[in-house]
Structures are given as structure tokens and as C-alpha cells.
Design a protein around this ligand. Structure first.
Ligand code: PRP
Length: 208
């Protein structure tokens, strides 16, 4: 597994406002959307392309277009939905699948309540969207499902990560073609499984 923490002043600026408890839901959704687009720019650095020949109004040249099969973007419901527009703004031709996962707030175990995506992901690049990588249970279960369906290149775009979640992913997904792109790896998890300093519960702040 590869971890990429995006170090950019605009990312840090938007993340700071997201963390601020005074930021209201409407502003939170707008900033999360903008932040995702910045992270998506980094996350798609290895998106597969193929060479094409084109005519400009002046001459001919060789360029690139996205390869087939097209990438799949999978927001993890609920909070990942707030990241979908920001991602597909950069990948408008991507297919979109959905995974509904919820974490039991006492046991911190993740479980799946909805799945809507292609059965066969052989040879597909997949971008998974979830704002928080806390214990890591949700992302590990999601990515294992994608790999089981044949995905051969998975990038998770997360706004914030905890070191505990990164460790679990490294342990559970060792040797798999997985990259995590995030704006920050914070200090730790607290007893309730919240990222510290974090930004609270992303789902509640977006939709609560
Ligand atoms: C939150 C968050 C992640 C998950 C992270 O979702 O959006 O999906 O918890 O936790 P983990 O890394 O410890 O598994 P939640 O279960 O609150 O659902 P929601 O998105 O519907 O609010």
C-alpha cells in the first residue's frame, strides 16, 4: 500500500476551515467538494491513458485520452457522497458505483448495507471516496470487496486519516495495488473512534 499526503497550502487552508466547529453544513459541503477536486488532481496522477492523433486548427499532433475500460468511482455512503461531484468533475466519463457502509459506534465494526457496482472489475482502475479513515475497518472491507471483484488498481481518496487506520490498511492490504491519498494524517483516534484533532463526524456535518 502507498500513502500520499498532499502537501499544498490550498489543501491546508480548506482543511482548516473544515475542521473549525463554527463552519456550517452548507460551507462544509462546498469546501469538502473543493478539497476533493484538489486531492483528485493528485489521486489521478496515474490514471491510464492511451495515445491519440488529432488535428489542431493549425497542424497535427499526438495527445492522450483516458483508456478503456473507463475508471470506476465508488463513494462510500453516506459521507462519501459529498465527495462524488468533486471527483467526477475531473473524471466526467467515469462510471459510478455505490457502497453503503456503516460503522457500529460501540464496537467500531463496519458492515455493508448496500452494494451497487459491476460484478466484474477485472482490469479496472477504481477510486474509492470516503472522508474519514479512522480505524480503517470501512476502507479495508470496501477495498477487499473491490479486489475480490477483480479491480487491479485501487486509490482511496480520504480527507483525513488516523495513524491507526493507515496501519490497519498496511497490515490488511499488504502487497495489494492500493494507494491512499489524503490531506492529513492526524495525531490519533480517541476512545470513541474519532480522529483527533479531526473534524468531528463528517456524515453528520454534511447531512446531519
Ligand atoms: C464514518 C466515515 C467512514 C467511517 C470511518 O462513516 O464516513 O465511512 O465512519 O470509520 P472507520 O475507518 O473506523 O471504519 P459512518 O459509519 O459514520 O457512516 P456515515 O458516512 O453514514 O455517517
Amino acid at each position: 500500500m502507498r500513502l500520499h499526503v498532499v502537501d499544498h497550502p490550498l489543501v491546508a487552508h480548506k482543511l482548516t476551515t473544515l475542521r473549525d466547529q463554527r463552519t456550517d453544513s452548507a460551507t462544509f459541503r462546498r469546501l469538502a467538494d473543493e478539497l476533493v477536486t484538489l486531492l483528485a488532481y493528485e489521486a489521478t496522477r496515474d490514471v491510464r491513458t492511451e495515445q491519440v492523433d488529432i488535428h489542431t486548427p493549425v497542424s497535427q499532433t499526438t495527445g492522450v485520452k483516458l483508456s478503456h475500460p473507463r475508471p470506476l468511482v465508488v463513494p462510500i455512503l453516506r459521507a462519501g457522497l459529498g465527495m462524488l461531484d468533486g471527483m467526477v468533475r475531473l473524471l466526467p466519463t467515469a462510471e459510478v458505483g455505490f457502497l453503503g457502509m456503516v460503522r457500529n459506534e460501540e464496537t467500531l465494526q463496519a458492515s455493508t448495507y448496500a452494494t451497487r457496482m459491476p460484478d466484474d472489475l477485472s482490469g479496472r482502475q477504481v477510486y474509492v471516496l470516503d472522508p474519514m479513515l479512522a480505524t480503517g475497518g470501512t476502507l479495508v472491507a470496501s477495498i477487499k470487496e473491490l479486489i475480490k471483484r477483480g479491480a487491479d488498481d485501487v486509490t482511496a481518496v480520504v480527507l483525513l486519516a488516523a495513524p491507526e487506520g493507515v496501519e490497519l490498511m498496511e497490515r490488511e492490504l499488504a502487497g495489494t495495488p492500493v494507494t491512499v491519498v489524503t490531506a492529513s494524517v492526524d495525531e490519533r483516534l480517541n476512545e470513541q473512534g474519532y480522529i483527533v484533532p479531526g473534524l468531528g463526524d463528517a456524515g453528520d456535518r454534511m447531512y446531519g
